[in-house]
Write a protein that binds this ligand. Sequence first.
Ligand code: GLA
Length: 404
Amino acid sequence: MSSNDPMTRVGRCFRDRFSTEPLVVATAPGRVNLLGEHIDHRDGVVLPFAIDRRAAIAVSPATEGRTTIISDDLGLTFECPGPPPGRPDPDAGFANHLLGVVDGLRSTGRLDFEPRPLSVAIASDLPAGGGLSSSAAIEVATGLAIAAIHDLPTPDVRTLAKVARRAEHDWVGTPCGIMDMLASAGGRAGRILAIDCGSLTLDELPAPSPDDFAFMLLDSGVRHRLADGGYASRLASLERVESVVGTSLKSASLDSLRTDSIDDVDRSRARHVITEMARVEAAVDALTRTDLARLGALMFQGHDSLRDDFGVSTPELDLLVEACRSRRGRGVLGARMTGGGFGGWVVALVERRSMKPVLHEVLDEFESRFDRRPELLEVRPSDGARIEATPGHPLSYPRRSEGA
Ligand code: GLA
């Protein structure tokens, strides 16, 4: 483990601030979504995978009767007398992600406990605001750690995800779906998840062999906040269309959108949802048959739909995807923006043997247009949230291997 690993940093940060060892350490990963964008809130099937970048949380009952939450990465210090407060605190800023989870375990998670005053440190190697679910990772890890510190049964994947989503909705004000939390809680090394966001069931599909293929992330450098309004306005469009067609978009057809009662913008938002659900079905088939050329083509089509119909791409993301598309046949199979959009990262599926020169050409093209060089990062499908250390098992709690 490197000295920069979030596990190492969270331990160091905790010891420096509280002069003792944490009792519980939990971690949870971010995620990349391969396909199925902006359909989790319509009960669609999505295809994310948890990645090998994680958020870590270290917790102990506080000795001085105050709750303290700190993070070196975020420059965060939250303090209050007694246990974590039971309602959102506008001054708490990022701490509301964690406080909302403590509260949610009792209401949504139906766990009966009296929160204790806590000493908490967090650390993460997930870039914030980049569409890689850095917030969901912290929330999911918090759910596991808080349950452990109060001697509660370990919450299952769905409970963790619901509690985390409630924190986003009610404590942070982000009207997100449930994909990010389910992927962070339920990820599996070497597997792409097929999550049905209606029934909240998770299937696993084989990821392309890491010996021959790689998932590369390219950073557009543009950062978003989903609480800013673009996400909510898309949801409002979809709700208006559903009320006109009289059914959920999951069971609507493209034909049903051909009515003057739907305005053009709303129609194109809904068209994205309906066509994306069909692309996911095709992608499940492609992954099952290891037809990666087909999977790649679906990724490009998914990007076009997010750009033209859903309106959540940016010129930076588009350039990266187009630069990848023009190198199809030279090792790039597919590329698309991943996550909520309005900035963030592009995910590209590439052949390992030819990716280096090709991706550098892509970065050169970006640099000559935008005057800066995007960060490039390989990610591997990885395991979901886990307890790393508990009182009886300091840092030796069973760990599934990282990576594929
Ligand atoms: C964000 C939200 C998710 C999902 C994606 C788009 O990541 O948190 O719930 O809607 O955008 O697919």
